[in-house]
Design a binder for this molecule. Structure first.
Ligand SMILES: Nc1nc2c(ncn2[C@@H]2O[C@H](COP(=O)(O)OP(=O)(O)OP(=O)(O)O)[C@@H](O)[C@H]2O)c(=O)[nH]1
Ligand SMILES: [Mg+2]
Ligand SMILES: [Zn+2]
Length: 322
């Protein structure tokens, strides 16, 4: 990968390039309003977009119109297979598009949030993208077997057993981790998500050693020398590896879902909900509420019900702003 510069502040400069020729490119890096795309010939372009055409995500296929030697306008965002994003009442943050899978990296230090896990699962289900959980830093467990059993039970309660869980130590058992992860990631485009400090970049650097230099070049420039990832970037490795690194998140808003879509992501509530006495039961204080009856049984965990109520309240209160 050549040098990527995010320094241009003004409009792209017009030079002797032919502005009438459109070409195809893949968006490989995003830092909010700055984007980098790779043309079919491997050339890297600094991308600019106007209006809706500014809403590009890493993984997007775009048609571009050159405006300078290294700069181009987004002419069109080609139809997406899927898009994983989060949103609050005011704006959306696009993580990545056209994915095969999402990998959520967790660890006990810094402590992971089950609520963020629950939200990530809802976002992935809504996007139609499979989610895997990587539980990293198992070297920090006192009793590995006991801890693995305990965390598997906790995570399965949150994901209803729908997400495979992979326990690894990226720094203490890198060879094992590498072999295990490769079988999961080869020939796939994978978005790596997680809170800050969980080991997302460590995982990518282990599998694609060249990623380190490329990441550092941008992160150091943007973030005054800190290692934490500040932009979303796709790294390409051998065996068809396409790994998208992203900055750690502390919040994961889902304001873009409708109430029906939210319910789709909670079959453990939708299903008993069909048995409630009232068709429009809110599952709060209504008589003969089958959801309340299911609560605490193997059908519905209290934690998932609480998350559902929280998300529903959020999207109701956000209506009219989004
Ligand atoms: N003990 C232990 N530490 C690890 C392991 N994997 C990663 N770390 C450490 O965790 C810290 C954070 O790792 P990063 O890969 O930068 O985390 P990140 O998820 O990319 O964080 P952000 O870029 O801030 O979102 C680093 O100091 C790593 O060395 C592990 O398996 N065990
Ligand atoms: Mg990182
Ligand atoms: Zn009910």
């Amino acid at each position: 990968m050549g040098k990527i510069k995010f320094s241009a502040k003004g409009k792209p400069t017009v030079s002797a390039v032919d502005q009438d020729i459109l070409s195809h490119a893949l968006v490989v890096a995003s830092h909010g309003r700055h984007f980098v795309a790779r043309g079919d010939d491997g050339k890297l372009w600094q991308l600019f977009g106007k209006g809706k055409r500014r809403e590009v995500a890493v993984g997007d296929e775009v048609s571009i119109r050159p405006s300078g030697d290294e700069q181009a306008w987004v002419e069109e965002i080609l139809p997406r297979r899927n898009l994983v994003y989060r949103s609050d009442a005011l704006k959306s943050k696009l993580f990545a598009a056209n994915l095969d899978q999402v990998l959520l990296v967790l660890a006990i230090s810094p402590p992971y949030s089950t609520e963020l896990l629950g939200r990530t699962l809802v976002a992935c289900q809504h996007a139609g993208v499979p989610l895997h959980v990587v539980f990293n830093k198992v070297d920090l467990f006192d009793d590995v077997q006991e801890a693995m059993a305990e965390f598997t039970e906790e995570l399965n309660a949150w994901t209803r057993g729908e997400c495979p869980i992979h326990f690894v130590s990226l720094t203490e058992a890198p060879h094992d981790a590498q072999a295990h992860m490769l079988s999961l990631l080869e020939h796939k485009r994978t978005l790596i998500l997680g809170q800050s400090g969980m080991g997302k970049s460590t995982l990518i650097n282990l599998l694609i050693p060249e990623a380190r230099a490329s990441t550092n070049e941008i992160s150091m420039a943007l973030n005054a020398g800190k290692h934490t990832t500040t932009h979303t970037q796709m790294h390409v490795g051998d065996a068809g590896l396409e790994l998208i690194d992203s900055p750690g998140f502390q919040a994961f808003g889902l304001f873009h879902l409708s109430e029906d879509e939210l319910l789709d992501a909670f079959p453990d509530i939708a299903k008993p909900g069909l048995r409630c006495r009232f068709a429009n039961c809110q599952h709060l204080r209504e008589p003969d509420c089958a959801v309340k009856l299911a609560l605490g049984t193997t059908e519905l965990s209290a934690a998932r019900f609480e998350l559902f109520l929280l998300l529903r309240e959020e999207l109701r209160s956000g209506q009219g702003y989004a």
